[in-house]
Design a protein around this ligand. Sequence first.
Ligand SMILES: [Zn+2]
Length: 423
Amino acid sequence: MRYRLYNAKILSPNFESIIDGELHIDDKLISYIGDKLLSVESNDYDRQIDCHGDLLIPGLKNSHTHIFASFGRSKSDNLPLDRWLSEVIWPTEAKITGDDAYVLSLLGMAENIGCGVTGICDMYNHEIQRAKAASEIGIRIALTDSTNDFGGVDRIEDNYSILNSFDELVSYKLGFHAEYTTSKQLMQRISDIAHKYEEPIYVHNSETSKEVEDCLSRYNATPTEIMDSLGLFDYGGCGYHCVHFSDIDFEIFKKHDMVAVMNPCSNLKLASGIAPYYRFVDEGIKTAIGTDGQSSNNGNDIFREMYLTSVLNKVTSSDASKVNPIDVLKSATLGGCQCMRINNCGTLDVGSLADITVIDMTKPNMQPMLNPIANIVYSANPSNVKMTIVNGKILFEDGKFTTIDYDYVLKESNSICKRLYSL
Ligand SMILES: [Zn+2]
């Protein structure tokens, strides 16, 4: 398809200026960014869209979630992480079938697409069903492995070969749940696989103080240190949460050019703490932003995460000047591409993949447009998403999904949850 989006405001590749003009999409790629064209033939495009001054930004990325975790939304909201996992989430997950995971993944992906998210970094099991859901509705997804002592390692290499050739929108990354759920022997085995394929590792890391204290008493090393000592980060990787970090942990992330993924809403709700985003930025460590699962957040609203990433770090640094909204928007877009290792996608450039979020700037909370990027980070919410485009295809427009039968998803997902909880 060939699209012409005109009367648009377009975020420049350095995120520091806004271009008034138009952006064209030819199949999967951005083919033109520039001034208004003087002569346009109607048959040059499949569709011409008057953006009425709306802002085009690189597609937002949700760099850490558990996409079908909506089964646990508002089910148990007042437990700390360890009890929440062992008493509620894990027992319920054990009842989820592949078909359940597929439908609940559609629900989670719909929530993300409606929030302007074009790419998801998603850790869970039922990998094939999640890949199928993403491929069918057209969202980009990096599936990260969730192996732990309860199982999973035997399927890693099969998943690696099957899912990395499943669909151009789907990739599969090596990883495991967390140090506290994975024995040293198993972590070593996963490290050996990472070395065999020369791949990065994706893992929950230092989410709670208890996790770090327990690891210190087990190994006399932080989770980052013990994982690094096993060679797990020799090809880089991503840490989810990264709340309780030591000076050495920062050095390890810097040494291996790793990505720290912020999940502020989940960290607040589970009383885990506040991740030191500004220090990662100050030290030149790559950052991305995610929501974590709907069970612990309880939403997949990347705007809320951007806002919290910024304001929480103003509080912890006791410095209102800390945290530049441009850095935060870069983390939620370009940083997400770095996390998922999606090339040619994190900025709006001619030749880049056409993964674009269109923000309606006419809504009251986006006016006046004295600083559009600050408006997005501090004021925007999912109601400002006009359109979500992935790989040159419009997936969401004016509140409607173009590739999801939402009535079906709504009915089936409610039926699944009734069964899971025997309602
Ligand atoms: Zn998580």
